[in-house]
Design a protein around this ligand. Structure first.
Ligand SMILES: [Mg+2]
Length: 197
């Protein structure tokens, strides 16, 4: 495998954010469905009202978001090795643009939920591959959740990397879990070294 691209999740991956998804889902009464799919299935005026609730939580979390330690260095490291960077988020284009501007980050493509393609489906990952003009076996996906693993696996991505301090949450899943960006960077450095053999 020659690594030519890295497709990132945003919330919890590029930035640390605090979302109480249990509370938000309870407030929206999603009945265990993925939030975006659930909202889309509603009739008006319920739909607009609940979208506003979600957007309020997202706005608050986005304003307070912090760049994940080591992330700037890691993104620079990828750029220096000509590895393209994609961002695929279920968050809005507006929130993504705010965070990219705030932390001075650049991605070669950004797929937000306005695309209509949402994780855990693999569709937004495939859209990113198309925009980056890369094949699935040339890319890794970097995320922090089961949604990211599901989406990447459905898209056929061979390397799925998860940033999380809670490795046990991903037991038995087809992903490698790292507790820090530095650890993940070392893993990718190893991958790149193997390419040169
Ligand atoms: Mg995430």
């Amino acid at each position: 495998m020659i690594l030519k691209g890295a497709i990132f999740d945003m919330d919890g991956t590029v930035v640390d954010v605090s979302y109480d998804w249990v509370k938000i889902k309870a407030e929206l009464m999603t009945e265990g469905k993925p939030i975006l799919l659930y909202l889309q299935s509603l009739e008006e005026p319920d739909r607009s009202q609940k979208w506003k609730v979600l957007e309020r939580y997202e706005h608050k979390a986005t304003q307070k978001a912090k760049l994940k330690p080591g992330m700037h260095e890691f993104l620079d490291f990828l750029s220096a090795r000509r590895i393209k960077k994609g961002l695929v988020t279920n968050n809005s284009r507006q929130n993504a643009a705010f965070l990219l501007r705030k932390f001075d980050l650049a991605f070669d493509c950004v797929i937000s939920r306005e695309s209509g393609l949402w994780k855990p489906s693999g569709a937004p990952i495939l859209a990113a591959l198309q925009e980056l003009k890369l094949k699935k076996d040339e890319c890794c996906v970097i995320g922090d959740s089961h949604f990211d693993i599901h989406a990447a696996a459905e898209a056929g991505i061979p390397h799925i990397f998860i940033l999380s301090a809670d490795k046990a949450r991903f037991d038995g899943m087809e992903a490698e879990v790292f507790s820090s960006v530095e650890e993940l960077q070392s893993r990718i450095e190893d991958l790149l070294k193997k390419e040169k053999r």
